[in-house]
Design a protein. Structure first.
Lengths: 136, 655
């Protein structure tokens, strides 16, 4: 799968990469540090990601803002977007589901727990029929 | 003529002579008899005549001139004689028809008549016989009869004579008088006024009312002098007036004075004294009308006090008072109104209120004025510019004004300047709005802070675990221990952040109250939290369904049950949950047989960050959250505990 990880925290990026490589999963991870960067990538990319993992709290453009724009877009709106956040804010959760998300995963404190959770998420999406959308 | 003839004639004559002589003799005999009888009769007659003439002559002289009816009757009441006046009065004439007087007596007087007649027979005279009789024409007449017996020469009563006087009118007057006296008595006795008749101050008569007012009997009062019952300080004045009245300077006078009551206390009374004079103008009596005005005085006094009180209130109140007529012309304003409006008294009186006062919304004034004319009262708010042009808010209580005949003649308005309150109200609204915003902001802030604190914790945790994993062979046991310590501290901090976030998010504005089955909540918690093998959670009685915010009640029980479970060290660990209902609250308890809490901590444990647990995992926020939720539901939380025996937490939630 092509995974777009939108995350400003380097360690978080490392956590995902380490999880993927350790579990010997064959996923291609593209990272963007914030919403703006992600949009830029999506607009320029020849192949769209299969899923998006989206952090909420980011500088410049927050995850929710990005999500809003994404879901307004004719093509991008089909991209399954899974929120990956530390925030347990119920207001955020409701807002995200209202706009349209494919999942809402809270980052656990322990790395081991993170690994287990992310393994499940990725495995789940791996068995899903994906949009495989093109930019055109 | 021949002798034969003569002889024959002579013989015939002789025969006739003889016959006549015989007849004469018979006649003589009869005459004698007749004479004897006549003589006898004459004798008797003359006796009677003597008596009659004697009496008649005696009486004729008296009665000849009497125009009153005069009747002589025998002792069987049969009329023997009556004069023309009697005939006229009674309507009967004894010469034409037999008349028995007994039959004329009115039935009510028959017995009386019998008695009277008896007395006449015994005494010989009867005076003042009074009875009603029926005349021939059927009219009833009151008569007074004076009568006497008529005796024969043997002094035996043979008849009675009487003079009848028609006293019908007299009786009517008498009856009328007695009726009037009775009426007068009724008036006097039932009068609410005390009525006293005095002669030179000596009481000769007093009515019942007066006696009752003073508590004396009427008889007792007759022993008294007015002075005896008058307050000494009133005596000079009344005496002075009395002198004037006796001098003829006054016919009557009125005075308010006090009378002593028999027992104690006094009666305050308005007394009207009038002189009753004889023909010569000398004062015979004084009539005094006494009116008890004690209550009237009290009422007046009360009214006066009341009036004073209200006028004081009106004068000193901070409420503006204005009276206008039906044309909205100002009739009266008080000082406060002048102060409120900024105008002088003179600026306002006589002016049209709606002209001089700059009310923002004039329509409301017109509308209210119509309501007043219709007799309605109510209160309303207006915005008005005072003389200085400042905007003021007034609360007006308006009511119609009536004249004596209940016609609406205008309206009266009480004005309260509520500008300050109004501003406060606006300020309050603004503050509330700001508070809400800032609350929201804070909430947001709490989330951001917790996120920003938690994120690095996750990074540190990940890095520490990678160190452990990647350099497993290169780090000695001491290093590995330290790395584990790092992880534990990180976990503690993470829980703390969670706790603070939860604590800060408990607010009543976000309560989402629904009917929640507490049994279900406990069942869920039992599933979720870690319950060691040695502990049993038991629900003691079916728990109620209550209207609460599900999340909050869940947090509440979760914290209490977790605490209970964690603090049990013994093998037969038991957590008992029960509830009871009282009038206003639900009361729940969570009882454990754990290590217990020392008395000195019973208060302290509900404060934020006050952990007394030996447990490393305790953040000290759990019970603070519990307390905050209980507070939200206007309840109480308390505990009973004995170290080594266990702890029971009680809390109540308002229904």
């Amino acid at each position: 799968m092509n995974i777009l990880l939108i995350e400003d925290d380097t360690i978080e990026v490392m956590k995902l990469q380490r999880t993927v490589s350790k579990l010997q999963m064959k996923h291609n991870i593209v990272k963007a540090s914030n919403g703006e960067e992600a949009l830029k990538y999506l607009n320029e990319a020849s192949i769209l990601p299969d899923i998006i993992l989206l952090d909420l709290n980011m500088p410049r453009m927050s995850g929710i803002e990005f999500l809003g724009i994404l879901k307004e877009h004719n093509t991008f709106k089909y991209l399954p977007t899974i929120i990956l956040t530390t925030s347990q804010n119920r207001a955020d959760l409701l807002k995200c589901y209202r706009i349209g998300i494919a999942g809402y995963v809270i980052k656990p404190l322990k790395y081991e727990d993170y690994q287990t959770k992310l393994q499940k998420v990725l495995e789940y999406w791996d068995i899903n029929e994906l949009v495989k959308a093109n930019t055109n | 003529m021949d002798s034969k003839e003569v002889t024959l004639l002579k013989k015939a004559l002789e025969r006739q002579k003889k016959a006549r002589k015989q007849a004469e003799r018979i006649l003589e005999e009869k005459s004698k008899e007749l004479y004897d009888v006549t003589h006898h009769l004459q004798e008797a007659n003359s006796k009677l005549e003597n008596l009659l003439s004697e009496k008649t002559s005696e009486l004729d002289g008296v009665f000849i001139n009497i125009i009153d009816p005069y009747v002589v009757m025998d002792l069987q009441f049969n009329v023997i004689n009556m004069n023309s006046s009697a005939k006229e009065f009674l309507g009967y004439d004894h010469t034409r028809e037999k008349l028995n007087l007994a039959k004329l007596v009115h039935k009510d007087f028959v017995a009386y008549t019998t008695r009277s007649f008896q007395s006449l027979i015994e005494v010989g005279t009867l005076k003042n016989y009074r009875a009603k009789i029926l005349a021939k024409n059927g009219t009833e007449n009151w008569v007074q009869i004076n009568s006497s017996l008529i005796y024969n020469s043997a002094r035996k009563p043979i008849a009675a004579q009487g003079i009848i006087r028609d006293i019908t009118q007299e009786m009517e007057i008498k009856q009328l008088l007695s009726e009037q006296k009775r009426q007068l008595d009724i008036i006097v006795e039932n009068s609410p006024l005390g009525i006293v008749l005095t002669v030179n101050g000596k009481i000769v008569k007093a009515n019942h009312t007066f006696a009752k007012l003073l508590g004396y009997t009427e008889t007792e009062l007759k022993q008294l002098h007015v002075k005896d019952i008058s307050a000494p300080e009133d005596i000079p004045v009344s005496q002075e007036l009395m002198v004037k009245m006796n001098n003829g300077e006054l016919d009557k006078f009125s005075i308010i004075k006090r009378y002593f009551k028999k027992d104690s206390g006094f009666l305050l009374a308005r007394t009207l004294v009038s002189a009753v004079k004889d023909d010569t103008g000398k004062v015979d009596y004084q009539v005094a009308l006494i009116e008890d005005i004690t209550k009237e005085r009290e009422a007046e006094e009360r009214l006066k006090n009341e009036r004073e009180k209200y006028s004081n209130i009106i004068a000193n109140m901070n409420l503006g008072l204005i009276e206008v007529d039906n044309e909205d012309i100002i009739q009266l304003v008080n000082q406060s109104f002048c102060k409120m409006s900024g105008f002088d008294h003179n600026d306002l009186i006589g002016k049209k209120a709606s002209d001089i006062l700059s009310v923002r919304n004039k329509n409301i004034i017109v509308e209210k004025q119509e309501e007043r004319i219709a007799g309605k009262s109510d209160s309303y708010e207006i915005e008005v510019l005072n003389k200085q042009g400042e905007l003021r808010h007034w609360l007006i209580s308006g009511a119609p004004r009536y004249d004596d005949t209940k016609n609406v003649v205008g309206s009266i308005g009480i004005h309260l300047d509520i500008t300050d309150q109004k501003q406060l109200e606006l300020q309050k609204e603004k503050l509330l709005e700001e508070l809400e915003k800032s609350n929201e902001g804070l909430q947001e802030y709490a989330h951001i802070v917790s996120h920003d604190l938690k994120s690095p914790l996750r990074s540190i945790s990940a890095l520490a675990s990678w160190l452990t994993e990647d350099y497993h062979d290169k780090i000695d046991d001491n290093g590995k221990f330290n790395l584990r310590q790092i992880q534990e501290k990180i976990e503690g901090m993470d829980r703390l952040i969670d706790g603070i976030l939860k604590y800060s998010s408990i607010k009543d504005t976000t309560l989402d109250n629904t009917l929640v089955d507490v049994n279900e909540i406990i069942a869920e918690i039992r599933e979720i939290i870690f319950v060691p093998q040695n502990v049993n959670i038991i629900i003691m009685n079916p728990l109620p369904k209550i209207k609460v915010d599900r999340t909050k009640i869940y947090q509440l029980f979760q914290n209490l049950i977790s605490n209970a479970v964690v603090n049990i060290e013994r093998e037969d660990g038991l957590v008992k949950i029960s509830s009871k209902e009282n009038k206003s609250h639900w009361e729940f308890s969570v009882k454990d047989n754990g290590i217990g809490i020392a008395k000195e901590y019973h208060e302290k444990i509900f404060k934020v960050f006050q952990s007394i647990g030996h447990n490393e995992r305790s953040t000290g926020i759990g019970l603070s959250i519990v307390k905050k939720i209980v507070d939200l539901y206007h309840g109480k939380i308390w505990l009973e505990s004995e170290v080594g025996q266990g702890t029971t937490f009680y809390f109540s939630l308002k229904k």
